[in-house]
Design a protein around this ligand. Structure first.
Ligand SMILES: Nc1nc2c(ncn2[C@@H]2O[C@H](COP(=O)(O)OP(=O)(O)OP(=O)(O)O)[C@@H](O)[C@H]2O)c(=O)[nH]1
Ligand SMILES: [Mg+2]
Length: 248
């Protein structure tokens, strides 16, 4: 399956080269799109340099820090325009370990969406302090039970979608930017009854650089879940039942 891995970057210059090296060692056939938001540390220029020497690498430059959600939307549109059949989302900081790529590529053969999950047997967040585990774990439960999402890690940003899944979503209508983006997207996808699979991932802390996570991002996710649940248009996703439809 022709696959594109979208990597949004903001100040990831130390991670980029080793990350691409590992990605291509585990998944040599895939292509990568780096969506850089004019990183002050030169990540965009570095991506451009790498692209010159490797036809599998593509770069997209945006004017400034416009957020993770819009970076993914821009990447999805690129993937659809360039006829990719499967599209992966992945962070640049090694929290999403490229060693799992073969699992994703295998699983997408029999599913519409593959989610890398920290909350199924085999998944873990070994480096997180108790408070971070509590925030992420309870945020996940809150989103799942309020909206009726059957996926156990619905804030995970390590995912693979079949092209038809992305085509089924009105990408211009997606509003969220941070973790809420992942929740909004999986809710939209589940509403349509696509077949999903979760594969376990161990999620270590980033290797280099600093986190862009903020209280604002956590609040956005909380507000999205509440707003959606209270909206007249809220309904239980079809995929919550075993009869969920599928592209397959
Ligand atoms: N293009 C773009 N990329 C971003 C933006 N914000 C974050 N990123 C990238 O999105 C990925 C995830 O961001 P992180 O800062 O690692 O956020 P996180 O993984 O939720 O938080 P940590 O676990 O603390 O690392 C990384 O590859 C970042 O470089 C943005 O505004 N624009
Ligand atoms: Mg990270």
């Amino acid at each position: 399956m022709k696959t594109l891995i979208i990597i949004p970057t903001y100040n990831e210059s130390e991670n980029l080269c080793p990350l691409l090296g590992e990605i291509f060692s585990f998944a040599p056939e895939t292509h990568v799109l780096i969506v850089d938001d004019n990183s002050p540390d030169g990540t965009g220029e570095l991506a451009e340099e790498i692209q010159k020497g490797d036809a599998r690498v593509h770069t997209m430059h945006r004017a400034g820090k416009l957020g993770l959600g819009t970076a993914y939307i821009a990447g999805f549109k690129y993937a659809l325009e360039h006829d990719y059949e499967a599209v992966l989302e992945m962070d640049a900081d090694f929290s999403h370990d490229p060693c799992y790529l073969p699992d994703f590529l295998r699983a997408i053969e029999d599913a519409d969406i593959v989610v890398g999950s920290r909350y199924i047997p085999g998944g873990d967040t070994p480096d997180w302090p108790r408070l971070r585990r509590l925030i992420s774990g309870s945020g996940n439960l809150f989103a799942r039970f309020m909206l009726g999402i059957p996926v156990r890690d619905c804030t995970s940003g390590f995912r693979c979608y079949r092209r038809g899944v992305l085509q089924s979503i009105d990408l211009d209508a997606v509003q969220s930017h941070g973790y809420a983006f992942q929740v909004e997207l999986i809710y939209q996808v589940m509403l349509q009854g696509f077949k999903f699979v979760e594969v376990p991932i161990v999620f270590p802390d980033r290797r280099h650089g600093t986190s862009k996570m903020s209280h604002k991002i956590i609040f956005e996710a909380f507000a999205y879940v509440l707003r959606t649940r209270l909206s007249k248009r809220w309904r239980v996703p079809v995929s919550a039942t075993p009869q969920g439809a599928s592209l397959l």
